[in-house]
Design a protein around this ligand. Structure first.
Ligand code: ZN
Length: 453
């Protein structure tokens, strides 16, 4: 979201911008190196079986099931499955096995994909970053070799106006200004390897109020959506206000990648989203970080700081990730109210609109991987059942983004798996009690980061 308008906020934004530019430059350096083929082409892990486990298969819960993995893929899953004698057995009793999680809104650079996997998030849908790394990682995400990082799908550069939101970080974002440029702009992104298109739409209202950045006009936003869909790809729109959400949906957006947070969604917006079949990725975790509301009592931790203190989360955060989560002092922007955003998600969900879990990491108040678990808790607070929240991070994004081989536990699916203690289908916070992570059927060694005493 990166939206700050106060003087202090602008200063903070400039500091963040500098950090991002340096990080991006470093990332460009490391990612300029081609991925070694021996990692991509290494043989898949032989396999294992998880016996007598509570299974959340991406859609439904089976109280006692057995899941067999061979050569990086799930071969059998269900209540009547026999344990093959040749495979290592993992006891599932008292635990829940679910698909590796999908974060539907991140920005990737540096060690992001390793940090992401450390929390059981096995796939990310990037909504704006340098397209170079995605080009390299596109080949490896199809492979079944064991790997130490999450798979990346990416929008690459975002569509924004000159000096618009997203163009402030010192990255060479190709901007545009008129509807006539839309087709060539989309073609250039697809030629760079973008999997889908992300559009920033932050118009000012009739009183001249709104975002501090210039925005694409309505006609250009609509032309980008049309050009993207004409090429068979998804067009997502970043909005932060109700009026922009309405206009983006009227223009045919496939999805909104934030829930607007200035006013609660009205019946007309819910109806429009449902009729058009659009999805919404609310990114409540980042809105909580930006919320200007002070804690009820002085000295009380803010929402994101409370999450960072969770003993099931904290030991696995890098020092930078801890700082990122605690760097959520809020802004002066009244439009970023978590309770308003929660009420909108409730209305959209009750209206039958697909909700996707996305964290917007690594914005202030968030951390790669970890914050998706926070987002799941916030989605339940917004009225999703724990099972609906889990679907929002597994089968729903897989269906909406056409990811045929992930997001579910079924024969033929990629063996991206998460084994947790307890039952997240009744207590969503149990997703953090991670016991095992598998990527492509190979065990992932979780990294801990001890804090200085
Ligand atoms: Zn974002």
């Amino acid at each position: 979201m990166h939206r700050l308008t106060t003087a202090a906020g602008r200063q903070r934004l400039r500091r963040i911008g500098v950090v991002l530019a340096v990080a991006a430059a470093l990332a460009g350096f490391f990612w300029a190196l081609p991925e070694p083929d021996d990692e991509r082409l290494a043989p898949p892990a032989p396999g294992f079986v998880v016996r007598d486990v509570r299974l959340f298969d991406g859609e439904h819960v089976v109280e006692r099931a057995t899941v067999v993995v061979r050569a990086g893929r799930i071969t059998e899953a269900g209540p009547g499955v026999a344990v093959p004698p040749d495979l290592q057995v993992v006891e599932g009793r008292g635990r829940t096995l679910m698909p590796g999680l999908i974060d539907a809104h991140v920005h990737t650079w540096g060690d992001a994909l390793a940090e992401t996997l450390n929390f059981g998030v096995t796939t990310v849908l990037d909504m704006f970053s340098d397209p170079g790394p995605a080009r390299v990682l596109r080949r490896s995400r199809e492979a079944l070799a064991p790997r130490a990082h999450a798979d990346l799908f990416s929008a690459g550069w975002l569509a924004t106006a000159p000096r618009g939101h997203g163009a402030q970080f010192g990255l060479p974002v190709p901007t545009l200004g008129t509807p006539g440029e839309a087709s060539a702009w989309v073609d250039a992104r697809l030629a760079e390897g973008s999997d889908y298109i992300k559009i920033v739409y932050e118009p000012r209202d009739a009183n001249g109020l709104g975002a501090p950045f210039p925005s694409l006009d309505r006609a250009t936003m609509a032309a980008l959506i049309a050009a993207t869909q004409a090429r068979g790809r998804l067009a997502m729109v970043h909005v932060s206000r109700l009026v922009a959400a309405h206009e983006a949906l009227e223009a045919g957006a496939d999805g909104l990648v934030h829930v607007h947070a200035d006013r609660v969604a009205d019946a007309a917006l819910v109806q429009l989203a449902r009729e058009r079949g659009a999805f919404v990725t609310p990114t409540l975790a980042v809105i909580a970080g930006f919320d200007p509301t002070p804690p009820a009592t002085a000295g009380e931790a803010r929402e994101n700081q409370r999450f960072a203190a969770d003993p099931a989360v904290r030991p696995y955060l890098t020092p930078d990730q801890r700082r990122g989560l605690e760097n959520s002092a809020g802004t002066k922007l009244v439009m970023f109210r978590l309770d308003t955003a929660l009420a909108s998600v409730r209305a959209l969900h009750e209206g039958g609109v697909d909700i996707l879990a996305g964290s917007d990491a690594p914005n202030p108040g968030t951390a790669h991987g970890a914050s998706l678990h926070h987002e799941l808790e916030l989605l339940v607070r917004a009225g999703l059942t724990p099972i609906e929240a889990l679907r929002a991070a597994t089968s729903v994004p897989a269906r909406r983004f056409d990811l045929a081989d992930r997001g579910r536990i079924a024969p033929g699916q990629r063996a991206d798996l998460l084994l947790v203690a307890g039952d997240p289908t009744t207590d969503i916070r149990a997703t953090r009690a991670i016991e095992r992570i598998w990527k492509n059927g190979a065990g992932v060694e979780r990294r801990r980061y001890p804090e200085a005493p």
